[in-house]
Design a protein around this ligand. Structure first.
Ligand SMILES: NC(=O)c1ccc[n+]([C@@H]2O[C@H](COP(=O)([O-])OP(=O)(O)OC[C@H]3O[C@@H](n4cnc5c(N)ncnc54)[C@H](OP(=O)(O)O)[C@@H]3O)[C@@H](O)[C@H]2O)c1
Length: 399
């Protein structure tokens, strides 16, 4: 192993627009500690978390870890290079994908409750450094999953964080069942493309919310029963600034118009609303979901100070469920569905290692559909596949 490597690094003084915050630097190659593994990264996946890391919002990642640098990247496919003391399940040469949850082996929650409940729980490549936007990354052995053989390096790197999150939200937190109705916000985005596929697989009906015809077409390809273009309901979105009483009234009217359309398209109110947009849509989500139904949320892209009419919640006995990534067992179960081809990665673009900053800027500007992958060690697209299978769905409509 070389002593140094190319890595995309965010530094505290560079936080701001992704296009400027990420820069390539020569960094030391990390050493594996006990139960840790060094993986040679073949491809990496781009996620919104490192848009937040670049911006330094809502909090700087340098408050999460004590290093003076941040190598982001919470998804990867690659080859095990070195294993630290105590690792027995994996050996150099193994082809892997990586899930992004870390927790200390010493926390009792890891051994009886859920690693997601551990005080030490962190998202690798966001709340930690040594992520996948580098030639080598450092992970805990429990983060490794077998690489699905029918996927190329870039396909295998693209799905983990958002798919495993959507899996826990729907399969564990809301116990998605056949015949249920689901409203999916951002349905052509990183989380949404997997929420739609999980609904189809479970025999549930989903309506996806999107902002363009191109995205609507992708959602239908992924099994959505129908879509709604949110640009036709701009007046329903809750702004960050305080509103005048008339504006609140007009916004609530638009929300009701939206909910009526959701009900028409689904043939009833949704049992589940799949949330991650946050302030702009949360009040509408609480209104839309049916009595005793659940709004499940893992994020707040448009703002985390939520406002909604709590009467809709208690009078109709609705539930709000918080969810965050997934535990290793859920990741393994979900990964088996990728291996079998029942759930497929949805890849929009594969970019070169020199385009990590650009990829995050594209994501920040909401230019993408599905997922973006980055070639790191893989010399070109299409490599790494060792078995026949359907591979990824290409998010380019018609491709
Ligand atoms: N807690 C966790 O474990 C976890 C895991 C994964 C992601 N996240 C977070 O979840 C969020 C979404 O992640 P992602 O990977 O799905 O991102 P993404 O690929 O950017 O997709 C998000 C989608 O949200 C929609 N959207 C954006 N602004 C909107 C608005 N004002 N109103 C309604 N819809 C809007 C966009 O779709 P349209 O323009 O088509 O409507 C976009 O495609 C991010 O904040 C991310 O950090 C959290």
């Amino acid at each position: 192993m070389p002593e140094t490597m190319d890595a995309w690094v965010i530094r505290e003084e560079r936080q701001g627009k992704p296009i400027n915050a990420f820069q390539i630097e020569q960094m030391e190659v990390p050493e594996p500690g006990a139960m840790e593994v060094i993986v040679r990264v073949m491809a990496a996946g781009v996620n919104y978390n490192n848009v937040w890391a670049a911006l330094g919002e809502p909090v700087s990642v340098f408050r999460y870890h004590a290093e003076d640098h941040h190598i982001g990247g919470s998804d990867a496919s690659g080859i095990v290079e070195r294993v630290g003391p105590g690792v027995t399940r994996w050996k150099p040469g193994d082809e892997v994908v990586i899930h992004c949850n870390q927790a200390s082996y010493e926390d009792p929650e890891v051994h009886g409750l859920d690693p997601m409940a551990a005080p030490s729980q962190k998202i690798w490549g966001y709340e930690t450094t040594w992520g996948s936007f580098a030639e080598y990354c450092k992970v805990q052995a429990q983060q490794l999953l077998p690489k699905p053989a029918a996927l190329t390096w870039e396909e295998a790197a693209s799905y983990g964080l958002t798919y495993f999150t959507a899996y826990r939200m729907l399969v564990k937190q809301t116990q998605l069942q056949a015949g249920q109705r689901v409203l999916v916000w951002g349905a052509a985005g990183g989380l949404g493309v997997f929420a739609l596929q999980l609904c189809r697989l479970a025999g549930a009906d989903a309506v996806g919310v999107v902002s363009s015809n191109e995205k609507a077409e992708l959602c239908r390809e992924l099994g959505a029963r129908d879509t709604i273009d949110r640009t036709e309901f701009a007046g329903m979105m809750q702004p960050k600034e305080p509103e005048a009483p008339d504006a609140v009234k007009a916004r609530k009217k638009e929300s009701r118009r939206f909910c009526k359309l959701v009900e028409e398209k689904l043939g009833g109110q949704p049992d589940i609303v799949f949330e991650h947009v946050g302030r702009a849509t949360f009040a509408t989500s609480v209104l839309a979901v049916k009595p005793f139904g659940a709004v499940v949320t893992c994020a707040a892209t448009t703002g985390y100070d939520l406002e909604f009419d709590v009467r809709h919640l208690w009078m109709r006995q609705k539930r709000i469920i918080g969810s965050h990534f997934a535990n290793a067992y859920e990741c393994n179960r979900a990964n088996e569905l990728i291996e079998s081809g029942a759930i497929r990665p949805v890849l929009w673009r594969t970019l070169g290692f020199d385009q990590v900053a650009e990829a995050h800027q594209l994501m920040k500007d909401n230019e993408h559909l599905g997922k973006i992958a980055i070639l790191v060690g893989a010399e070109s697209e299409g490599l790494g596949k060792t078995a026949d299978g359907p591979g990824a769905i290409r998010a380019e409509v018609g491709a």
